[in-house]
Write a protein that binds this ligand. Structure first.
Ligand code: SNW
Length: 281
C-alpha cells in the first residue's frame, strides 16, 4: 500500500475488499448455513433442528452431565459437524441403546449418536455416516472375581447392554459364559458392584472411566476396528448424510477431531486415520 494514502482511505479499501470476499464466499456456496434449514432439503423432522437419539450413560462418548446436558466425545463431535452442515440446533434425547436404531429407522429421530459401530447387520435397517472412531470392546470385573482373562469367563455371569456389539460378540465367542442382558451401562455396572454379575463387557473408554470410578479392573480388550462408530440415519436421509460426511472430513482435516479426542480420551493411543492428512505417516 503506497505510504501517501490516508489512513481513512486504507481502512475503507480494507473494508471494501472484506465485503467483496464475503460476497464471493456466499455466492460460491462456501456457507450452507441458511439454505438447508429454510428449504429442509435435509428432510429433518423439524426444519432447522436435528433431533438426536443417544444414551445418557456412556461416558466419555455420550452422557448427560449433572445438569442433564448431553456431552462427551461423540456429542461434541456431532454438534460441531451439524453446525458445519448448517444446523445449529441439536437436541439430544437419551434412550436405551437397543431403542436407538429402530427409532432412527422409523423417523422418530433424525440421527443416532452413541458410539454406534457400523456393521452390515445394522445397515439392513439404517444408513451410516463415515466412521469417526475405532477402538476396543473391554471386559471389566472386580479385583477379586478371579477373572484374569476371557478364558476365565466360563460359568461366569457376564453383563452386556442389549443390542450392542458386545452382546453379539459374547453370544458368538463367550459361549460358556452366562450372559446377563441390561438395558443400559449404569445398571450393568451396578450389577457388577453388587455382585449380581461377575463382569461387564462394554466399550473401552467407558470401561476406563468406570475403572477409575469404582476400582474395577479391565481384563481383556477386543479390537473392534472393523466396526468404527458412525452417525446412524434413516436410509432416505441422503442429503443429510452427504452434508455430515463433508463436515466430518473437514473436522478431521482441520484438527477439530484430534482436539476432541485428546480432550475426552486423554492418554489413549491416537489413531492416525482421522488426523489431518499432513499428520498421517
Ligand atoms: O465398534 C466400536 C468402535 O470401534 C469404537 O470403539 C466405538 O465403539 C464401537 O462402536 C462399539 N460400540 C458398541 C456398539 O456399537 C456399544 C455402544 C453403546 O454402548 N452405546 O454396539
Amino acid at each position: 500500500m503506497p505510504a501517501h494514502l490516508s489512513k481513512k482511505f486504507r481502512l475503507s479499501l480494507a473494508l471494501a475488499s472484506a465485503a467483496v470476499i464475503a460476497t464471493l464466499v456466499t455466492a460460491c456456496g462456501g456457507s450452507s448455513s441458511s439454505a438447508p434449514s429454510e428449504d429442509n432439503s435435509y428432510g429433518l423432522i423439524q426444519p432447522g433442528t436435528v433431533r438426536v437419539a443417544s444414551v445418557g450413560d456412556l461416558k466419555p462418548y455420550a452422557f448427560a452431565d449433572a445438569q442433564g446436558n448431553f456431552t462427551g466425545f461423540d456429542v461434541e463431535l456431532f454438534k460441531d459437524v451439524a453446525k458445519r452442515a448448517g444446523v445449529d440446533n441439536v437436541v439430544f434425547t437419551g434412550q436405551d441403546f437397543s431403542a436407538i436404531l429402530p427409532a432412527v429407522a422409523n423417523g422418530q429421530f433424525d440421527v443416532g449418536v452413541a458410539a454406534i459401530g457400523i456393521t452390515d447387520k445394522r445397515k439392513e435397517t439404517v444408513d451410516f455416516s463415515s466412521g469417526y472412531l475405532a477402538g476396543y470392546l473391554t471386559v471389566l470385573t472386580t479385583k477379586d472375581s478371579g477373572i484374569k482373562g476371557v478364558e476365565d469367563l466360563a460359568g461366569k455371569r457376564l453383563g452386556v447392554v442389549q443390542g450392542t456389539l458386545q452382546e453379539a460378540y459374547a453370544v458368538k465367542n463367550f459361549t460358556t459364559a452366562s450372559l446377563v442382558r441390561f438395558p443400559d451401562n449404569n445398571s450393568a455396572i451396578a450389577a457388577v458392584n453388587s455382585g449380581s454379575a461377575d463382569a461387564d463387557f462394554l466399550d473401552y473408554e467407558a470401561a476406563k472411566d468406570y475403572t477409575e470410578q469404582h476400582g474395577l479392573v479391565s481384563v481383556a480388550d477386543i479390537p473392534s476396528f472393523d466396526a468404527p462408530a458412525g452417525f446412524a440415519l434413516a436410509k432416505d436421509k441422503t442429503a443429510l448424510k452427504e452434508a455430515l460426511n463433508k463436515a466430518l472430513a473437514e473436522a478431521m482435516e482441520d484438527g477439530t477431531w484430534k482436539t476432541l479426542y485428546q480432550k475426552w480420551f486423554p492418554g489413549s493411543p491416537m489413531p492416525e486415520q482421522y488426523l489431518p492428512k499432513a499428520e498421517q505417516t
